[in-house]
Design a protein around this ligand. Structure first.
Ligand SMILES: *[C@@H]1O[C@H](CO)[C@@H](O)[C@H](O)[C@H]1NC(C)=O
Ligand SMILES: *[C@@H]1O[C@H](CO)[C@@H](O)[C@H](O)[C@H]1NC(C)=O
Ligand SMILES: *[C@@H]1O[C@H](CO)[C@@H](O)[C@H](O)[C@H]1NC(C)=O
Ligand SMILES: *[C@@H]1O[C@H](CO)[C@@H](O)[C@H](O)[C@H]1NC(C)=O
Ligand SMILES: *[C@@H]1O[C@H](CO)[C@@H](O)[C@H](O)[C@H]1NC(C)=O
Ligand SMILES: *[C@@H]1O[C@H](CO)[C@@H](O)[C@H](O)[C@H]1NC(C)=O
Ligand SMILES: *[C@@H]1O[C@H](CO)[C@@H](O)[C@H](O)[C@H]1NC(C)=O
Ligand SMILES: *[C@@H]1O[C@H](CO)[C@@H](O)[C@H](O)[C@H]1NC(C)=O
Ligand SMILES: *[C@@H]1O[C@H](CO)[C@@H](O)[C@H](O)[C@H]1NC(C)=O
Length: 631
């Protein structure tokens, strides 16, 4: 596979934007009080086509982000409390302290309320986040169109689903700087699983694009039996075409660790797309692979946010659904037990627009809904690690939206939460899809969101022992490789500068023009990513993906936090500043394999950090030693 030719580049963005701006400035309501200015423009990706105007009575569940005037200060706190060389290391902020930092200025709040009032929005209808930095309200399209000086349309996706969106919107000058983003407007992320159950071949692709889990080749069969280890060497315990919890626990040195702070210390994973952790399946899995944890399948906490679907004992198995949820819970409990698990189920998958019915565009921004739920929790309810195995191409969302969500994650980091996100399953981008949305023709590597957020830890995938970068042919004919890349939205954070720049330099110009050297690079670390025997619908299915890597890395860090908390020390919190300054020395470097994708062989692994496996994989005894903790 040879790299395609780079073509140049993105000048069309500016002309596009200014055309758009010109047309909008002349098009607003006549009696408006002040001039409007384009706030955000983000065109529909190629897979979407405009079908017609949105009916004026269609209801939109509008979410308005107010500028967090002291966000820079919050970010400074985040970096200080996460930096092992800073005197405030580990002094995480309380909920109240964070709310104080992100609450909008009085001026911003007044201006936004004035704006809402100007359009007759009933103040009683407004709902606020605890810091009052997010306002939500349900309004008909006609009102929203006036407020945003734009027109909403019904857009159809190639797969038949439809949404109500607009590519751009404007705001009056007097609120322009006081609002960070308004949604739903121009976010096109696909957090939906909608593949017909018969089309298994294509489903691998779809599933990856939404939930970073991919099925394996047809020739995979569940092992007849996997013996519990009589011999604790990795060679004896691990079969890398059927990676069990005991294999993971041996590989990352957690098998002999005794949990001491269960309860004070918690771990969590997130579910979207109506995935529900299935207690019956999880119980079968644990009975097989972690027998002492079996009963816990019926005990862990499952929380529904915004109508998220929970297993109520009567769910009917639907092709592929719940595979991700089961994989996450089975491996987090399999590794982290008896550390308590919380499974968050956030509702509001892509809201299929139904013509002729006065439905509300129920939240279609589940990352934001989840983040806003979490930032509102009191300190005692916050888990210390959270794993998320969902994402989509960065270019399906606007930069403003991506930044707003990422800033919410920063709040959780400042409060001492480590957020792990799977890095994606198709290396630098899925073959044939690596084209810029801006002109439909520029070839580019395809970074993924939200793993590209600089305030989270992005987790890539490995295989075998000694570990190589993950690589496996899937049923669909596609190849699974560790997701990797450089953001086009988020600047390279200072903590990455030295290490990532020297990796880029070592590439000697390879792929110049295909990726953004000044962007946040990922992944940061990795964990085993293939092949996981997973119980789903009562039987064993073989799954691969960074979808498994992220919960596994999160569970290893849950155990590390357990040791810290047991000694009265703070949990690790946001890992990256520690990781890039010296934590990486404690990781097992992975130096074989590449992040193949976009019809190239992808970035190569290298000693130290690389855009395939980050710094490599964790080994708990080494972490405990370095912190002088009991094993
Ligand atoms: C490893 O697992 C694969 C897939 O389940 C199975 O076919 C194979 O027999 C196993 N190998 C060993 C040595 O147990
Ligand atoms: C453990 O397994 C390894 C690899 O199979 C073998 O070389 C070693 O002798 C075994 N050790 C024990 C104590 O059985
Ligand atoms: C259980 O959950 C399913 C899926 O959300 C739902 O369709 C069903 O009505 C629920 N059943 C009960 C008894 O709550
Ligand atoms: C989940 O569990 C129930 C039993 O409680 C089972 O009947 C159902 O089919 C399971 N599977 C899925 C994928 O929902
Ligand atoms: C789930 O398992 C049941 C019982 O084995 C089977 O009849 C059904 O077809 C399975 N469902 C799916 C979607 O595979
Ligand atoms: C990209 O393609 C889509 C449909 O294929 C089209 O609607 C859109 O205008 C194109 N954008 C550009 C910038 O050419
Ligand atoms: C490259 O990344 C930087 C930093 O995130 C961003 O400001 C810039 O717009 C990106 N360039 C392109 C061509 O996307
Ligand atoms: C390196 O990775 C490739 C797949 O990318 C694999 O075929 C090869 O066996 C690995 N080599 C070693 C030494 O692990
Ligand atoms: C890209 O890779 C796919 C297979 O993944 C192949 O079908 C296609 O022909 C390749 N395209 C180019 C331009 O090389």
């Amino acid at each position: 596979m040879a790299p395609l030719r780079a073509s140049t580049v993105l000048t069309s963005v500016l002309s596009l934007l200014s055309c758009f701006q010109a047309s909008l400035v002349t098009a607003g309501p006549v009696n408006r009080r002040s001039d409007v200015l384009v706030k955000d423009y983000h065109p529909a990706p190629r897979a979407w086509a405009k079908q017609g105007p949105a009916p004026s009575t269609h209801l939109i569940h509008l979410t308005i982000g107010l500028s967090q005037s002291r966000f820079n200060e919050l970010e400074r706190h985040l970096y200080e409390v996460s930096d092992p060389f800073h005197p405030r290391y580990g002094h995480h902020l309380s909920a109240e302290e964070v709310h104080e930092l992100v609450k909008p200025s009085d001026k911003a709040s007044a201006a936004v309320h004035e704006w809402l009032q100007e359009y007759g929005v009933d103040p009683d209808q407004l709902r606020y986040s605890p810091a009052k930095d997010w306002i939500s309200v349900t309004l008909p399209v006609a009102t929203v169109e006036e407020m945003l000086d734009t027109e909403y349309s019904v857009y159809g996706h190639q797969d038949g689903s439809t949404v109500v969106r607009t590519e751009g919107y404007s705001l009056p000058l007097y609120v322009h700087e006081h609002i960070s983003t308004v949604q739903p407007t121009n976010s096109w992320a696909r957090l939906q699983r909608d593949q017909p159950r018969t089309e298994i071949k294509q489903r691998s692709t779809m599933v990856k694009r939404s939930s970073h889990v991919a099925e394996v080749a047809d020739d995979w069969a569940p092992p007849a039996s996997i013996p519990l280890p009589a011999n604790s060497t990795i060679e004896a315990v691990c079969n890398f075409t059927a990676v069990t919890p005991d294999c993971v626990r041996t590989l990352y040195g957690t098998i002999d660790y005794e949990v001491k702070a269960a309860g004070k210390n918690k771990m969590a994973h997130t579910n979207y797309l109506e995935e529900a952790t299935n207690r019956s399946d999880i119980s079968i899995f644990l009975g097989k692979y972690r027998p002492e944890a079996r009963a816990y399948a019926y005990e862990f906490e499952a929380i529904s946010i915004a109508g998220g679907v929970l297993d109520n004992g009567t769910n009917v198995a639907e092709e592929g659904r719940d595979e991700e949820a089961n994989l996450d819970a089975e491996y987090m409990i399999g590794v982290g037990y008896p550390t308590p698990l919380i499974a968050y189920h956030t509702g509001g998958r892509n809201p299929t627009y139904v013509p002729d019915i006065l439905t509300s565009d129920n939240s279609d921004e589940p990352f934001l809904v989840w983040a806003n739920y979490m930032t509102g929790l009191p300190d005692e309810d916050i888990p210390q690690v959270v794993s998320t195995s969902y994402g989509d191409d960065e270019q399906t969302v606007s930069r403003a939206y991506a930044e707003a969500v990422c800033n919410q994650f920063a709040q959780l980091g400042a409060r001492g939460v480590s957020l792990f996100f799977s890095s994606g399953d198709f290396g630098v981008g899925q073959d044939e899809t690596c084209i810029s949305n801006l002109d439909n023709s520029t070839y580019m590597f395809m970074p993924s969101f939200p793993t590209d957020c600089p305030y989270v830890t992005a987790v890539g995938a490995t295989t075998n022992y000694p570990e190589s970068a993950a690589w496996r042919k899937l049923r669909s004919g596609l190849y699974f490789t560790s997701g990797a890349g450089f953001s086009n939205y988020f600047d390279q954070p200072a903590y990455q500068a030295k290490i990532v720049d020297s990796y880029v330099e070592s590439l000697g110009g390879l792929y110049d023009g295909f990726y953004n050297k000044s962007g946040r690079a990922y992944p940061d670390i990795s964990c085993i990513g293939q092949v996981f025997p997973t119980i789903w619908n009562g039987t064993t299915t073989g799954l691969v993906g960074t979808s498994g890597s992220s919960p596994i890395c999160a569970a290893v860090f849950a155990l590390f936090n357990d040791a810290l908390i047991a000694e009265g020390r703070p949990p690790m919190g946001f890992l990256n500043p520690w990781l890039y300054s010296h934590g990486h020395n404690l990781f097992t470097d992975v130096t074989n394999g590449t992040s193949a994708g976009c019809n190239t062989t992808g970035f190569p692994t290298a000693p130290g950090w690389d855009a395939v496996t980050g710094f490599g994989t964790p080994y708990l005894p080494k972490l405990l030693d370095a912190f002088g903790l009991k094993k």
